[in-house]
Design a protein around this ligand. Structure first.
Ligand SMILES: [Mg+2]
Length: 243
């Protein structure tokens, strides 16, 4: 990979369990099930959904399969998404807005890449001052009755979507510097494994995933050391913004 060394690096933040403390799709599904079922029944359905989520996390089924299986059990509609999106900024990880503000003030490019719905990600991006064109997430597809059936076909809906899409952003020149991934998941680690990203910062603040803990060159379980690490990176000649 050839990078323009005079261009400052690009920080790519994950959304679920990184910028926010929750897994937004799981919470959205839970909201719709609780609204449509009695507590006992809701509990059983949520347990079945948890099993499908785990199968996806363990690689037994791919992301599109896991999504469609979960949505068959959950009657998510536009009003659930709207309601959920209006309160999601309350779940922002404390301390991260200050880090992002510092990066933006110093003119680093900051992107959000997520398999979550754009309706959930965008209110957080706006709050963090990240431009909408720097947000890469999924768009909802509804059936005639207004029920969520899946996501539009795009890179973020694919298992290795982040790696794929970063490759395209490099090719088109949208990203010109080195890439630093920040996230809790395998999909955040993947671009580093594939050498698309120069650096990976594992985030274990909300979720600690074993593979990520093992393979991340740096792994943080709280915000203060993460902040110190980013400050050190910015002072490292390899990643410094030219001013
Ligand atoms: Mg995540």
């Amino acid at each position: 990979m050839i990078f323009d060394s005079s261009t400052p690096p690009t920080f790519v933040f994950d959304f679920d369990s990184t910028l926010v403390s929750i897994e937004s799709l799981d919470e959205l599904i839970a909201l719709s099930i609780r609204e449509n079922h009695e507590p006992d029944e809701a509990g059983k359905i949520l347990e079945e959904i948890r099993k499908i989520t785990d199968m996806g996390m363990n690689g037994e089924i791919d992301f599109p399969e896991s999504l469609s299986r979960r949505l068959k059990k959950a009657p998510v509609n536009r009003s659930h998404i709207k309601k959920f999106g209006s309160s999601i900024t309350e779940s922002i990880t404390p301390g991260l807005p200050a880090i992002i503000k510092e990066l933006r003030t110093k003119k680093y490019q900051v992107l959000i890449m997520s398999g979550a719905l754009i309706d959930c990600v965008m209110p957080v991006a706006i709050k963090l001052g990240i431009h909408p064109s720097d947000v890469f997430a999924n768009r909802a597809v509804f059936d005639e009755s207004g029920r969520l059936t899946g996501f539009e076909v795009n890179d973020m809906a694919k298992t290795e979507g982040k790696t794929l899409h970063l490759g395209k952003l490099i090719k088109t020149g949208y990203i010109r510097g080195k890439i630093i991934m920040v996230g809790d998941g395998i999909s955040d680690l993947e671009p580093y494994r594939k050498k698309i990203a120069s650096h990976f910062i594992g985030v274990g603040i909300h979720k600690k995933r074993e593979t990520v803990m093992r393979e991340a060159p740096y792994f943080f379980t709280s915000v203060p050391p993460l902040k110190r690490h980013i400050r050190l990176l910015l002072n490292n000649v390899e990643f410094r913004a030219s001013s």
